[in-house]
Design a protein around this ligand. Structure first.
Ligand code: PGA
Length: 247
């Protein structure tokens, strides 16, 4: 695992955006794995700026999002479909038919989860996956206790995640209790993974992920098994790490 500790959020976001730019420059038909949450917003802003200046084109890119709340229609302002279009997709030249975001309003999730996996496989797999990390150590919505061999599935959200995400809703009671999420094993099949974390409230999860035992209690720890993963951290998120990493 590579660990890169940045001075601040702007530096971290711009370094992580460069990884996307290099990926798409090397392969204009790249398959990108995208994430929601507050953390990647700076990366997406950098990518929009790079698109506007002609440095990057998304014309032949395919994207897959990690997860979605069950029960939220795509027009709901807190749906991840809405978020991704607001934060990135509406501002670049990606083609709508190559944008995949799990649906929160399906009837038959057994079939739908398999369909989502099949779409990733048909696209040739994910070349570059961006991740945040939950304060409970989750990646996507793979909450503590999720099998590290899991594939795309429906999950109950952990109380910690409901608390953390309540800030986006009128009240905690409005936070959906279930989500569809790529599984840990689905994520680990990406060829390259970058995980971003800022702030002291992520420090324990970051430590468990990087230096803790491989455990379903911190699903991000499964990244220790991946051959090409880089953590981009600010110093607050890195403050509980025991070992020295480069700044
Ligand atoms: P955040 O969420 O970026 O809003 O902190 C991260 C996550 O839950 O994966």
């Amino acid at each position: 695992m590579n660990i890169i500790i940045s001075d601040d959020y702007q530096q971290m976001s711009s370094m992580a955006a460069q990884v996307f730019i290099q990926c798409v420059t090397a392969n204009p038909r790249a398959v990108l794995g995208l994430a929601t949450g507050s953390t990647p917003i700076g990366v997406y802003q950098n990518l929009i700026t790079s698109y506007q200046s002609g440095e990057i084109s998304f014309e032949s890119v395919t994207s897959f999002n990690l997860d979605e709340y069950i029960g939220l229609h795509r027009d709901h302002p807190q749906s991840y479909y809405y978020f991704m279009h607001q934060q990135l997709l509406n501002h670049v030249n990606i083609q709508g038919q190559r944008v995949f975001i799990p649906s929160g309003t399906e009837e038959d999730y057994g079939a739908y989860c398999q369909w989502y996996e099949d779409q990733i496989a048909e696209a040739g797999g994910i070349d570059l996956q961006i991740l945040g990390i939950g304060s409970d150590g989750h990646i996507a919505f793979n909450e503590p206790g999720t099998a590290l061999g899991s594939r795309t599935h429906i999950t109950e959200l952990d109380h910690q995640t409901i608390d953390d995400n309540a800030r986006f809703f009128d009240s905690k009671a409005d936070v959906p209790r279930r989500a569809i999420t790529m599984g840990v094993a689905t994520i680990l099949e990406a060829k390259e993974i970058i995980l971003l974390a800022t702030g002291q409230n992520k420090a324990q999860a970051v430590r468990d992920a990087i230096e803790g035992p491989l455990s379903s209690e911190c699903t991000a720890s499964a990244l220790q098994q991946h051959p090409n993963v880089t953590f981009y951290l600010d110093s607050a998120a890195a403050e509980l790490l025991k070992h020295e990493y480069k700044h």
